[in-house]
Design a protein around this ligand. Structure first.
Ligand code: SF4
Length: 375
């Protein structure tokens, strides 16, 4: 799409979608809403604070990437916590169409959107800025420009580290700037600073430091679209305790879990459902919804298999585009310095991951593809 200068495809329809079994669908919906309402991270977290609910706990656990990933804790962020934000703004909650959670927070008086956690982090700790208003403004500018705030923040941080200039209050100038428009990876390459990169496969890491979250580290490294937290949001089990709390600083069992989370996430994306539903729902409930909607029976294992097929297909696409096992890694900064992640531990998790996936050197084997009905 990028090479064709295509930014988006908009589809407009006038007919209502039909549902195969209306009664069964209503039942499945009722169950979904019941589970969402019973989930504390949703009803006491997202609904009240939005994603800014994460700020305090991430910082407390020392997994807050700070100063372009040079540190893992930020001391100057009193204004950046979810609690501070909702107590100091006239909050209006908004959400995606039909959502009962409404995690989007707006300042009702000024009628301006308030930033998500990732944006607060990217324009806050990662460039050592504790001024919330500056973050609100930069977020708004990015929304108008249609540029991603994680990548923009990471690029501001990279430039600040390399050249000492802070573009936080001039993000609109970045899109025309000879260097800044390149994004952080190409800037690092241009200035011979590969060791300062904070991206994986060209996509900048978000606001959960992999040095203190072993599952998230593996998830980032093996993500088909690079340093993305949404391919397998291991923050859920490693910080939030969903579906259950696991030891974030242990490699035990992480490989298998990352595979399952990646498969499930691919299926959720394909269902066009919000990832936050997975704080309360599992493949069982997604299967019930899809079965009722389509009239085709989807058991839990069918949902996971659909996700696995997607993940393997994406990997094949990447292989054809020239990516290989050497790209399934983390930025150099993560393996060196204070709180660094042991390369040996990481490589052992990666080896186990390939085993679970039945991939050889990061590439799906023919046998695996046959099992999935792809070959
Ligand atoms: S669908 Fe998800 S992202 Fe959208 S408002 Fe609801 S919880 Fe938030």
């Amino acid at each position: 799409m990028g090479s064709k200068n295509l930014k988006a495809i908009v589809i407009h329809g006038t007919k209502k979608p039909t549902v195969a079994d209306v009664e069964r669908y209503k039942e499945a919906m009722k169950e979904m809403v019941r589970l969402l309402e019973a989930s504390p991270p949703i009803n006491k977290g997202l609904r009240v604070f939005g994603t800014a609910m994460l700020y305090d706990i991430v910082n407390y656990l020392n997994v807050m990437p700070t100063d372009n990933f040079n540190r893992v804790h930020y001391d100057g962020g009193e204004q950046l916590s979810g609690d501070y934000i909702i107590n100091n703004h006239d909050i209006r909650s908004e959400g995606c169409w039909g959502c009962p959670i409404k995690c989007k927070k707006w300042d009702a008086k000024r009628n301006i959107e308030l930033p998500e956690y990732e944006t607060i982090w990217a324009f806050g700790p990662n460039i050592e800025n504790g001024d919330y208003e500056k973050i609100v403004k930069a977020n708004h500018e990015c929304n108008l420009l249609g540029i991603d705030t994680i990548t923009t923040g990471a690029t501001v941080a990279m430039w600040k580290e390399l050249r000492g200039e802070n573009y936080l209050e001039r993000v609109n100038e970045m899109v025309e700037h000879e260097d800044l428009k390149l994004g952080s990876m190409r800037i690092a390459r241009k200035y011979g600073a590969e060791n300062k990169r904070t991206d994986i496969k060209g996509l900048e890491l978000p606001g959960y430091d992999p040095r203190g979250l072993y599952g998230q580290a593996l998830s980032y490294a093996t993500s088909n679209r690079g340093g993305c937290h949404l391919r397998a949001y291991m923050v859920a089990p490693e910080i939030i305790g969903k579906p259950k709390l696991i030891h974030r600083l242990s490699p035990e069992g992480k490989a298998g879990l990352v595979v399952i989370f990646q498969n499930l996430s691919a299926a959720i994306d394909s269902l066009i459902l919000c990832k936050f539903t997975s704080f309360a729902m599992t493949e069982v409930e997604y299967g019930k919804l899809l079965s009722a909607a389509t009239g085709v029976e989807y058991r839990a294992e069918d949902i996971l298999r659909a996700g696995e097929r997607i993940y393997n297909l994406e990997r094949l696409f990447n292989v054809r585009a020239g990516f290989s096992a050497k790209d399934d890694t983390l930025p150099e900064k993560i393996f060196s310095g204070e709180n660094s992640l042991s390369r040996d531990i990481f490589e052992d998790m990666l080896r186990q991951y390939y085993e679970f996936r039945e991939w050889k050197d990061g590439v799906p084997t023919d046998e695996k593809l046959r099992k999935l009905g792809i070959l």
